[in-house]
Design a protein around this ligand. Structure first.
Ligand SMILES: [Zn+2]
Length: 274
């Protein structure tokens, strides 16, 4: 009671110093964990919990306590979605867990000196983890947002967790940093080919297969238009004025990020990595 009161009082004076955290059920024993604008998922089994992106140390500590209180289970695995620190920081908290990730995720963490536990179990193409009779299948769909985003499929729950390379009912983030075209669209097609009903992204609301397809089609329209204009020698300023992608104006962040998305593809096509 006293703690709640202190929290409430502090909440009045500094509303932005508190993280918005929540745990919601997705399907069966699979749950979604929110820390402000970042999300991950975790699967509860009778032999422990399979967690995914820890997000940051405070978030991970909160999650560990919640899992212990609600399910009385230790976290046995932590699976990284990709190497970006805003998703995978804080893993140190899960001191009983085996860390799992793509071999390129491990390489990028080491190269960029990101202060998180390195994956101890890695894979190149695919891997299946089984704990307490529960299953998670990991796939590498190729480059997309970063060169190491993976697909996590929970087949019993018909749910996929995919971070930063699929947005639901929303444009992709700003200038599409660290992205690869047209590999990105091919990666999403590999998600679309899997058997699932729910797509849990790393940001924003849950979706289904139709929203995944819509996101891929938006990226295709964006890439095709910018590539064509780029080939014709159009300037970036002109592209921002002429590439309107009107059939996608119902998507979130259309007004704020359309021009930034164009800039992202333009930079990719002008850069050495294409
Ligand atoms: Zn990322």
């Amino acid at each position: 009671m006293k703690l709640l009161l202190v929290t409430a009082l502090l909440g009045i004076c500094c509303p932005f110093s508190f993280a918005q955290r929540a745990i919601t059920n997705i399907q069966g024993d699979l749950y979604r964990f929110q820390n402000n604008a970042h999300y991950s998922v975790f699967l509860v089994t009778g032999k422990g919990v399979i967690a995914t992106d820890p997000i940051n140390e405070e978030a991970a500590s909160w999650l560990k306590t919640q899992i212990k209180q609600r399910f009385n289970q230790p976290v046995k695995y932590v699976i990284y979605s990709h190497h970006h620190a805003d998703h995978i920081s804080g893993g140190q908290v899960f001191d009983e867990a085996v860390f799992v990730g793509h071999s390129l995720t491990k390489k990028a963490i080491a190269q960029e000196n990101i202060d998180v536990p390195l994956p101890q179990k890695t894979f190149d193409d695919k891997m299946t983890l089984i704990l307490g009779g529960k299953v998670v299948k990991l796939f590498y769909p190729g480059k997309s947002h970063s060169d190491n985003c993976i697909i996590m499929l929970f087949p019993q729950e018909k749910t996929i967790f995919a971070v930063d390379f699929i947005s639901i009912k929303r444009l992709p983030y700003r200038t599409l940093n660290n992205s690869y075209f047209p590999d990105w669209m091919e990666a999403i097609k590999k998600v679309e080919a899997l058997d699932f009903e729910v797509l849990a992204p790393g940001h924003g609301e849950l979706g289904g297969k139709a929203e995944v397809t819509e996101h891929r089609k938006y990226l295709e329209a964006l890439f095709t238009a910018v590539k064509q204009a780029h080939t014709q020698g159009q300037s970036l300023d002109d592209m921002k004025k002429t590439i309107l992608l009107e059939s996608y104006q119902h998507l979130g962040q259309y007004q704020a990020w359309r021009e930034m998305n164009i800039e992202g593809v333009y930079n990719f096509l002008s850069g050495p990595s294409k």
